[in-house]
Design a protein around this ligand. Structure first.
Ligand code: HEC
Length: 312
């Protein structure tokens, strides 16, 4: 009898746990599916649905530049996902990608021993896995872990100095990881397995949707509602798929670098947008930045890693 009660209680407890575990990502999944639906509807037939989605675009833009019939995976290429003109120059540059030499540098850094004889291999045994498993929620530290932070923690744990987090060696190593993940056809799969992870997601989401700066814009006004429209000379990229391709080699960044090294981390790009909004961006290893990144990565779940990539 007692044993039976114990068994039943254990079963009830187990069921409750299983239900909760499935529940922790319920809100995030709802958000993600809504975002996918929004973008597929928006780019199904931009000209026909202009009143709903493109009220400010010109006839010329809608008839001659914006593509239609885009599906989920198509959104991984930023504004080249939908811009015919942009896509032509993109395809040309991709024939001889200017980031290749930096991917090789990244591989050399991966192989190179630290002063203590160990190397990045000890921290990241599988480069293709390193290119897809971040960010994740570390249930022990109760904090989001990002690749950028993990690389610097690896350096420090081995008695080396941490790297600058925006460009240079860190971007090279991340490019090597991204390329390895792309070659292995890895798919983004951010998990939310606890209430604390769900809270981190919610805080990241709040950051994304908070209006800031002198224009009082939030990220979504440009990258969800605004995606496909123009700001000055730039087409705004869709939020969906925005994290699949980093680090990115920007022609603009290359032009201001003495080695023509235009590679930069995702944090560098996000900080650029926050600065453009007239704000001081959070530090790359801060909770705000990591949780924002966690939220953004979850929203691209199910998409293939296709970094590194090029941008204007
Ligand atoms: C005023 C409009 C505006 C706002 C607000 C804005 N951005 Fe951007 N963002 C841009 C423009 C313009 C670009 C360059 C063209 C493009 O790729 O969208 C860009 C590019 C990006 C990219 C690179 C996309 C790629 O594929 O290379 C990321 C990531 C990004 N923004 C994140 C953010 C985040 C996060 C926020 C909020 C903290 C934000 N942006 C707010 C205008 C904006």
């Amino acid at each position: 009898m007692l044993l039976n009660i114990a068994k039943t209680t254990a079963l009830v407890a187990l069921t409750a746990y299983t239900l909760n575990a499935a529940d922790f990502n319920a809100q995030a999944e709802k958000d993600r599916i809504a975002l996918v639906k929004y973008f597929e509807a928006k780019f199904e037939d931009p000209l026909k649905n202009r009143n709903t989605f493109f009220p400010y675009s010109t006839d010329d833009e809608l008839e001659n530049n914006i593509m239609s019939g885009l599906k989920f995976e198509d959104f991984s290429k930023g504004n080249y996902s939908f811009s015919k003109n942009g896509r032509m120059s993109y395809d040309e540059i991709k024939e001889m990608p200017p980031y290749e030499e930096f991917v090789e540098k990244g591989e050399a850094l991966y192989e190179k021993p630290f002063a203590n004889g160990k190397s990045f291999k000890d921290c990241f045994p599988d480069p293709s896995q390193a290119g897809v498993m971040y960010p994740y929620f570390d249930e022990t530290k109760k904090d989001v872990q990002t690749l950028t932070v993990a690389i610097n923690e690896c350096l420090v744990a081995n008695g080396e100095k941490p790297w600058k987090t925006s460009k240079g060696p860190i971007a090279h190593l991340e490019a090597f990881f991204a390329q390895s993940a792309q070659d292995a056809e890895k798919v983004i799969d951010v998990k939310i397995d606890s209430a604390t992870a769900a809270e981190a997601y919610e805080r990241g989401k709040e950051y994304y949707y908070t209006q800031r700066g002198y224009l009082k814009l939030n990220c979504a006004e440009c990258h969800v509602i605004g995606a496909g429209q123009r700001v000055r000379n730039e087409s705004l990229s869709p939020f969906l798929g925005q994290v699949t391709h980093f680090p990115v080699y920007r022609l603009k960044w290359a032009a201001s670098d003495k080695n023509n090294d235009g590679l930069g981390t995702l944090e560098r790009r996000m900080s650029g947008c926050i600065k453009d909004q007239g704000q001081v961006p959070p530090k790359d290893d801060s909770r705000d930045m990591k949780e924002l990144l966690f939220f953004m990565a979850y929203m691209s779940n199910g998409m293939k890693i296709d970094g590194p990539d090029i941008r204007k």
